[in-house]
Design a binder for this molecule. Structure first.
Ligand SMILES: [Fe+2]
Length: 212
């Protein structure tokens, strides 16, 4: 079965003014949909054709199939990013995630500052993540399409820092976009679910269950 573009969990205008409908139109309908289309073309008739998305990502990375890797990882990363956003976001997490944040970063405000700084510091295109390793939280960044799917960490939340994510709304002010993410958009309900699941289920299987 070819991959389909997962539905957005909110309306394209629901995040405005922090992320405009115009940005969402390009980001979801052009970029994200483009990755799905390209991956389906690349894997048709190959060993990859019937594999789960996480398995494609790992195999393509191990085999040096960079075109397949980039499109598969970007499908995963973008779907995870939409889940990391909410029109009612920018709240605070509840326990036990709130406690883990306090232990790992000192305070919720310290976490927010560190997340914004990490995203600003990522040179060029990439992603900033909140991840959990055996309950210990940290902030990481990945370049281009690289993704925590490749390591043992469990991602809880991400923000896309490719220019296409913010340039129409913020031009070069990536820091203002990241500040809007933590203040207004971060979906802590989703992060809490991921923290609770603790990697017991692949994220993509949840996406597929949801769209079945
Ligand atoms: Fe993106």
């Amino acid at each position: 079965m070819p991959f389909t573009l997962p539905l957005l969990p909110f309306a394209k205008n629901a995040l405005a003014p922090h992320i405009s409908e115009r940005t969402m139109g390009f980001h979801y309908d052009k970029h994200h949909a483009g990755y799905v289309k390209k991956l389906n073309n690349q894997i048709e008739g190959t060993d990859y054709a019937n594999m789960a998305l996480e398995d494609i990502i790992r195999k393509a990375d191990a085999s040096g199939d960079s075109g397949i890797f980039n499109n598969a990882a970007q499908i995963w990363n973008h779907t995870f990013f939409w889940d990391s956003l909410s029109p009612n976001g920018g709240t605070k997490p509840d326990a036990p995630l709130s406690e883990a944040i306090k232990t790992s970063f000192g305070s919720f405000d310290d976490f927010n500052k560190a997340f914004v700084e990490a995203g600003k510091g990522q040179f060029g295109s990439g992603w900033v993540w909140l991840v959990s390793n055996a309950g210990k939280l940290s902030i990481t960044t990945t370049k281009d399409a690289l993704t925590p799917v490749l390591d043992d960490s469990i991602p809880l939340l991400t923000c896309d820092v490719w220019e296409h994510a913010y340039y129409l709304d913020y031009q070069n002010r990536r820091g203002d976009f990241l500040q809007a993410f933590v203040d207004e958009l971060a979906n802590w309900t989703f992060a809490e679910q991921q923290f609770q699941l603790n990697g017991q289920k692949d994220y993509w299987s949840l996406v597929e269950e949801r769209s079945a």
